[in-house]
Design a protein around this ligand. Structure first.
Ligand code: HEC
Length: 101
């Protein structure tokens, strides 16, 4: 049986486009009526990569007190232990490259 080789460490942007782009826009700029802008997100800027992974594993329900829009952020606990950190790292770098303060 052939075992597929692990994919080379991606920079997270591909996985982001694939799983998140539909709601947040392919670059995380946000889409009206869907996912919020992640590039200028205070939440992303303050969270560590570890905390972002935990956030992605649980999502945020529409009735969560922290909800910004009343729309749910789905959970991605089904993504692999290697994919989640690369997405989190992508979020951190995408966010910090566009937020200056
Ligand atoms: C079905 C649409 C949808 C998908 C798919 C989705 N999100 Fe979201 N996401 C949302 C919505 C809506 C919110 C805003 C929730 C709220 O009102 O607090 C959100 C919020 C977030 C936040 C919090 C931002 C903040 O400032 O509070 C992060 C981080 C985030 N999403 C990352 C991701 C990542 C990474 C992916 C892909 C793995 C993803 N999202 C996929 C809809 C989506």
């Amino acid at each position: 049986m052939l075992v597929p080789l692990p994919a080379p460490a991606a920079d997270g942007s591909e996985a982001f486009t694939q799983y998140c782009g539909v709601c947040h826009g392919v670059d995380g700029e946000g889409l009206d009526g869907a996912g919020v802008n992640l590039l200028g997100s205070e939440f992303v800027r303050r969270a560590s990569e570890r905390e972002l992974v935990e956030f992605l594993q649980t999502g945020r329900l529409a009735d969560d007190p922290a909800s910004r829009t009343g729309r749910p952020m789905p959970e991605f606990s089904w993504l692999s232990e290697t994919e989640l950190p690369t997405i989190a790292a992508f979020l951190k770098s995408a966010g910090s490259s566009s937020v200056r303060n």
